[in-house]
Design a protein around this ligand. Structure first.
Ligand code: C5P
Length: 269
Protein backbone atom coordinates (compact mmCIF):
# COMPACT_ATOMS: atom_id res chain seq x y z
CA UNK A 1 0.00 0.00 0.00
CA UNK A 2 1.43 3.38 -0.94
CA UNK A 3 0.97 6.90 0.32
CA UNK A 4 -0.51 8.96 -2.51
CA UNK A 5 0.22 12.37 -1.02
CA UNK A 6 2.37 13.71 1.78
CA UNK A 7 0.40 13.64 4.97
CA UNK A 8 0.45 16.81 7.05
CA UNK A 9 0.77 16.29 10.75
CA UNK A 10 -1.57 18.42 12.83
CA UNK A 11 -0.59 19.32 16.38
CA UNK A 12 -1.75 16.73 18.88
CA UNK A 13 -2.48 17.30 22.55
CA UNK A 14 0.05 15.39 24.65
CA UNK A 15 -1.71 16.24 27.87
CA UNK A 16 -2.96 13.40 30.03
CA UNK A 17 -6.17 12.19 28.40
CA UNK A 18 -8.99 12.06 30.94
CA UNK A 19 -11.16 10.16 28.48
CA UNK A 20 -9.28 7.85 26.16
CA UNK A 21 -11.01 5.93 23.37
CA UNK A 22 -9.76 2.48 22.32
CA UNK A 23 -10.81 1.28 18.90
CA UNK A 24 -10.33 -2.42 18.22
CA UNK A 25 -9.94 -2.72 14.45
CA UNK A 26 -7.67 -5.73 14.13
CA UNK A 27 -10.19 -8.31 12.93
CA UNK A 28 -9.75 -10.13 9.65
CA UNK A 29 -13.47 -9.94 8.83
CA UNK A 30 -13.73 -13.56 7.76
CA UNK A 31 -17.53 -13.63 8.03
CA UNK A 32 -17.73 -11.01 5.27
CA UNK A 33 -15.92 -13.26 2.80
CA UNK A 34 -13.32 -11.60 0.55
CA UNK A 35 -9.81 -10.60 1.56
CA UNK A 36 -10.28 -7.01 2.82
CA UNK A 37 -10.94 -6.77 6.56
CA UNK A 38 -14.45 -5.33 7.01
CA UNK A 39 -13.21 -2.21 8.84
CA UNK A 40 -11.46 -1.13 5.62
CA UNK A 41 -14.42 -1.75 3.29
CA UNK A 42 -15.81 1.30 1.56
CA UNK A 43 -18.88 3.04 2.99
CA UNK A 44 -19.88 6.34 1.39
CA UNK A 45 -16.63 6.28 -0.58
CA UNK A 46 -14.34 5.94 2.45
CA UNK A 47 -13.07 3.06 4.58
CA UNK A 48 -15.80 2.55 7.16
CA UNK A 49 -13.27 2.76 10.01
CA UNK A 50 -12.89 6.46 9.07
CA UNK A 51 -16.56 7.11 9.87
CA UNK A 52 -16.13 5.63 13.36
CA UNK A 53 -12.90 7.56 14.01
CA UNK A 54 -14.35 10.86 12.74
CA UNK A 55 -17.17 10.67 15.26
CA UNK A 56 -14.69 10.03 18.08
CA UNK A 57 -12.48 12.86 16.77
CA UNK A 58 -15.48 15.22 16.83
CA UNK A 59 -16.62 14.22 20.32
CA UNK A 60 -15.69 17.03 22.72
CA UNK A 61 -15.46 14.59 25.64
CA UNK A 62 -12.83 12.33 23.95
CA UNK A 63 -9.25 13.49 24.52
CA UNK A 64 -7.22 10.82 22.71
CA UNK A 65 -7.72 7.67 20.65
CA UNK A 66 -5.64 4.47 20.53
CA UNK A 67 -6.26 2.27 17.51
CA UNK A 68 -5.51 -1.49 17.30
CA UNK A 69 -5.14 -2.84 13.75
CA UNK A 70 -3.70 -5.96 12.13
CA UNK A 71 0.10 -6.02 12.43
CA UNK A 72 0.49 -5.90 8.64
CA UNK A 73 -1.67 -2.76 8.42
CA UNK A 74 -0.08 -0.57 11.12
CA UNK A 75 1.89 1.57 8.67
CA UNK A 76 -0.98 1.81 6.19
CA UNK A 77 -3.33 2.96 8.96
CA UNK A 78 -0.89 5.54 10.30
CA UNK A 79 -0.53 7.11 6.85
CA UNK A 80 -3.73 6.44 4.96
CA UNK A 81 -6.27 6.46 7.76
CA UNK A 82 -4.90 8.67 10.55
CA UNK A 83 -2.75 11.26 8.76
CA UNK A 84 -4.73 11.44 5.53
CA UNK A 85 -8.00 12.07 7.36
CA UNK A 86 -6.39 14.37 9.96
CA UNK A 87 -7.51 12.27 12.89
CA UNK A 88 -5.33 14.25 15.27
CA UNK A 89 -6.69 12.64 18.42
CA UNK A 90 -5.24 9.26 17.38
CA UNK A 91 -1.96 9.22 19.28
CA UNK A 92 -1.07 5.53 18.85
CA UNK A 93 -1.69 2.77 16.34
CA UNK A 94 -0.84 -0.61 17.88
CA UNK A 95 -0.84 -4.13 16.48
CA UNK A 96 -3.87 -6.13 17.59
CA UNK A 97 -4.00 -9.74 18.69
CA UNK A 98 -5.55 -13.05 17.67
CA UNK A 99 -8.93 -12.28 19.24
CA UNK A 100 -10.73 -8.99 19.92
CA UNK A 101 -10.05 -9.34 23.64
CA UNK A 102 -6.29 -9.54 22.95
CA UNK A 103 -6.46 -6.42 20.76
CA UNK A 104 -8.23 -4.49 23.53
CA UNK A 105 -5.73 -5.74 26.12
CA UNK A 106 -2.77 -4.62 23.99
CA UNK A 107 -4.36 -1.19 23.43
CA UNK A 108 -5.10 -0.90 27.16
CA UNK A 109 -1.38 -1.25 27.87
CA UNK A 110 -0.96 2.17 26.19
CA UNK A 111 -3.40 3.93 28.52
CA UNK A 112 -1.94 6.59 30.80
CA UNK A 113 -2.25 5.73 34.48
CA UNK A 114 -4.07 8.99 35.17
CA UNK A 115 -6.74 8.44 32.53
CA UNK A 116 -10.15 8.39 34.21
CA UNK A 117 -12.45 6.80 31.65
CA UNK A 118 -11.70 4.33 28.86
CA UNK A 119 -14.25 4.32 26.06
CA UNK A 120 -14.15 1.22 23.84
CA UNK A 121 -15.75 1.24 20.39
CA UNK A 122 -15.65 -1.36 17.62
CA UNK A 123 -14.38 0.17 14.37
CA UNK A 124 -17.07 -1.77 12.50
CA UNK A 125 -19.94 0.23 14.08
CA UNK A 126 -19.69 3.36 11.91
CA UNK A 127 -23.05 4.86 12.95
CA UNK A 128 -22.30 5.62 16.56
CA UNK A 129 -23.33 9.21 17.37
CA UNK A 130 -21.89 12.07 19.43
CA UNK A 131 -24.92 11.75 21.67
CA UNK A 132 -24.18 8.08 22.41
CA UNK A 133 -20.58 8.95 23.31
CA UNK A 134 -21.63 11.81 25.59
CA UNK A 135 -24.29 9.73 27.34
CA UNK A 136 -22.22 6.59 27.88
CA UNK A 137 -19.22 8.57 29.17
CA UNK A 138 -21.45 10.59 31.52
CA UNK A 139 -23.01 7.37 32.84
CA UNK A 140 -19.58 5.77 33.34
CA UNK A 141 -18.32 8.85 35.19
CA UNK A 142 -21.31 8.59 37.51
CA UNK A 143 -21.66 4.81 37.90
CA UNK A 144 -18.26 3.40 36.92
CA UNK A 145 -19.31 1.45 33.81
CA UNK A 146 -21.94 1.86 31.10
CA UNK A 147 -22.75 0.46 27.68
CA UNK A 148 -24.96 1.35 24.76
CA UNK A 149 -27.57 -1.38 24.26
CA UNK A 150 -30.92 -1.95 22.62
CA UNK A 151 -33.98 -3.57 24.17
CA UNK A 152 -34.93 -6.82 22.43
CA UNK A 153 -37.88 -6.18 20.13
CA UNK A 154 -38.34 -9.59 18.51
CA UNK A 155 -39.85 -12.63 20.18
CA UNK A 156 -37.06 -14.88 21.40
CA UNK A 157 -37.11 -18.66 21.03
CA UNK A 158 -34.88 -21.22 22.66
CA UNK A 159 -34.34 -23.92 20.02
CA UNK A 160 -33.33 -27.56 20.51
CA UNK A 161 -30.52 -29.11 18.45
CA UNK A 162 -33.16 -30.89 16.34
CA UNK A 163 -34.46 -27.47 15.20
CA UNK A 164 -37.71 -27.47 17.19
CA UNK A 165 -38.64 -24.81 19.73
CA UNK A 166 -38.09 -25.70 23.35
CA UNK A 167 -39.63 -22.53 24.79
CA UNK A 168 -40.35 -18.86 24.22
CA UNK A 169 -38.05 -16.70 26.34
CA UNK A 170 -39.37 -13.60 28.17
CA UNK A 171 -37.77 -10.75 26.23
CA UNK A 172 -38.58 -8.00 28.75
CA UNK A 173 -35.22 -8.15 30.56
CA UNK A 174 -33.17 -8.87 27.41
CA UNK A 175 -31.02 -6.19 25.78
CA UNK A 176 -28.59 -6.41 22.87
CA UNK A 177 -25.14 -5.03 23.76
CA UNK A 178 -23.51 -2.59 21.36
CA UNK A 179 -20.50 -0.32 21.57
CA UNK A 180 -19.45 2.31 22.66
CA UNK A 181 -18.87 0.99 26.18
CA UNK A 182 -17.21 3.16 28.84
CA UNK A 183 -15.46 2.19 32.06
CA UNK A 184 -13.44 3.55 34.93
CA UNK A 185 -9.85 2.86 33.86
CA UNK A 186 -9.00 0.83 36.96
CA UNK A 187 -12.06 -1.44 36.49
CA UNK A 188 -11.44 -2.24 32.84
CA UNK A 189 -7.69 -2.74 33.36
CA UNK A 190 -8.28 -5.09 36.30
CA UNK A 191 -10.96 -6.98 34.35
CA UNK A 192 -8.71 -7.60 31.33
CA UNK A 193 -5.66 -8.47 33.43
CA UNK A 194 -7.56 -11.00 35.57
CA UNK A 195 -9.42 -12.49 32.60
CA UNK A 196 -6.14 -12.99 30.75
CA UNK A 197 -4.51 -14.61 33.79
CA UNK A 198 -7.46 -16.98 34.27
CA UNK A 199 -8.13 -17.74 30.60
CA UNK A 200 -11.60 -16.15 30.62
CA UNK A 201 -12.90 -15.17 27.17
CA UNK A 202 -15.80 -12.83 26.42
CA UNK A 203 -17.25 -11.21 23.32
CA UNK A 204 -17.48 -7.74 24.85
CA UNK A 205 -15.64 -5.76 27.51
CA UNK A 206 -18.64 -5.21 29.78
CA UNK A 207 -18.86 -9.01 30.33
CA UNK A 208 -15.42 -8.95 31.96
CA UNK A 209 -16.29 -6.02 34.21
CA UNK A 210 -19.56 -7.79 35.19
CA UNK A 211 -17.51 -10.93 35.90
CA UNK A 212 -15.39 -8.88 38.34
CA UNK A 213 -18.62 -8.04 40.16
CA UNK A 214 -19.01 -4.38 39.19
CA UNK A 215 -22.40 -2.95 38.18
CA UNK A 216 -22.67 -1.90 34.53
CA UNK A 217 -25.37 0.61 33.47
CA UNK A 218 -27.28 0.51 30.23
CA UNK A 219 -27.93 3.51 27.98
CA UNK A 220 -30.43 2.95 25.18
CA UNK A 221 -28.82 3.11 21.74
CA UNK A 222 -30.18 3.05 18.23
CA UNK A 223 -31.05 0.42 15.65
CA UNK A 224 -28.89 2.43 13.24
CA UNK A 225 -25.77 1.62 15.27
CA UNK A 226 -25.27 -1.59 13.29
CA UNK A 227 -22.18 -3.77 13.39
CA UNK A 228 -20.99 -4.38 9.84
CA UNK A 229 -20.65 -8.14 9.79
CA UNK A 230 -22.20 -9.51 6.60
CA UNK A 231 -22.03 -8.19 3.00
CA UNK A 232 -25.66 -7.01 3.19
CA UNK A 233 -24.73 -4.73 6.10
CA UNK A 234 -22.82 -2.52 3.63
CA UNK A 235 -26.06 -2.07 1.64
CA UNK A 236 -27.92 -1.18 4.85
CA UNK A 237 -25.05 1.13 5.83
CA UNK A 238 -25.20 3.01 2.52
CA UNK A 239 -28.95 3.50 3.07
CA UNK A 240 -28.39 4.86 6.60
CA UNK A 241 -25.71 7.25 5.27
CA UNK A 242 -28.01 8.42 2.46
CA UNK A 243 -30.87 9.07 4.87
CA UNK A 244 -28.59 11.02 7.22
CA UNK A 245 -27.31 13.13 4.30
CA UNK A 246 -30.87 13.80 3.18
CA UNK A 247 -31.85 14.77 6.72
CA UNK A 248 -28.91 17.18 6.89
CA UNK A 249 -29.72 18.74 3.49
CA UNK A 250 -33.37 19.29 4.38
CA UNK A 251 -32.46 20.52 7.87
CA UNK A 252 -34.49 17.73 9.47
CA UNK A 253 -33.34 15.97 12.58
CA UNK A 254 -32.16 12.41 11.98
CA UNK A 255 -33.78 9.72 14.13
CA UNK A 256 -30.74 9.92 16.41
CA UNK A 257 -31.05 13.70 16.53
CA UNK A 258 -33.80 13.12 19.07
CA UNK A 259 -32.66 12.86 22.64
CA UNK A 260 -32.61 9.23 23.57
CA UNK A 261 -33.27 8.38 27.16
CA UNK A 262 -30.97 6.43 29.38
CA UNK A 263 -33.04 3.52 30.51
CA UNK A 264 -32.54 0.83 33.05
CA UNK A 265 -33.33 -2.75 32.00
CA UNK A 266 -36.20 -2.90 34.47
CA UNK A 267 -37.95 -0.12 32.57
CA UNK A 268 -37.92 -2.02 29.26
CA UNK A 269 -41.22 -3.01 27.78
O1 C5P B 1 -15.34 -9.94 14.97
P1 C5P B 1 -16.18 -8.88 15.58
O2 C5P B 1 -17.26 -8.40 14.65
O3 C5P B 1 -16.71 -9.19 16.93
O4 C5P B 1 -15.20 -7.65 15.76
C1 C5P B 1 -15.55 -6.49 16.50
C2 C5P B 1 -14.38 -5.51 16.43
O5 C5P B 1 -13.23 -6.10 17.01
C3 C5P B 1 -14.00 -5.14 15.00
O6 C5P B 1 -13.80 -3.73 14.90
C4 C5P B 1 -12.76 -5.93 14.74
O7 C5P B 1 -11.85 -5.32 13.81
C5 C5P B 1 -12.13 -5.98 16.13
N1 C5P B 1 -11.21 -7.12 16.33
C6 C5P B 1 -9.93 -6.86 16.78
N2 C5P B 1 -9.03 -7.92 16.92
C7 C5P B 1 -9.40 -9.17 16.61
C8 C5P B 1 -10.71 -9.45 16.16
C9 C5P B 1 -11.61 -8.39 16.04
O8 C5P B 1 -9.58 -5.71 17.06
N3 C5P B 1 -8.49 -10.14 16.72
Amino acid sequence: MTTTRSPRVEPVSHQIPLVLALVPAAGRGLRMGGSIPKQFLSLGGEPLIVQSLRTLQAAPVVDQIVLAVPLADVEYCEKEIVLRHRLTKVTKVVAGGVERQDSVRYALSQVHSETEIVLIHDAVRPFMTLQMIAEVVAAAKKEGAAIIALPMRDTVKQVRVDGTIERTVDRAPLWLAQTPQAFRRDWIEAAHTKAHAEGIRATDDASLVEWLGHPVSVVEGSGENIKVTRPEDIVIGEAILASRMKGRESGEKSPKGRRSQSRRPRESS
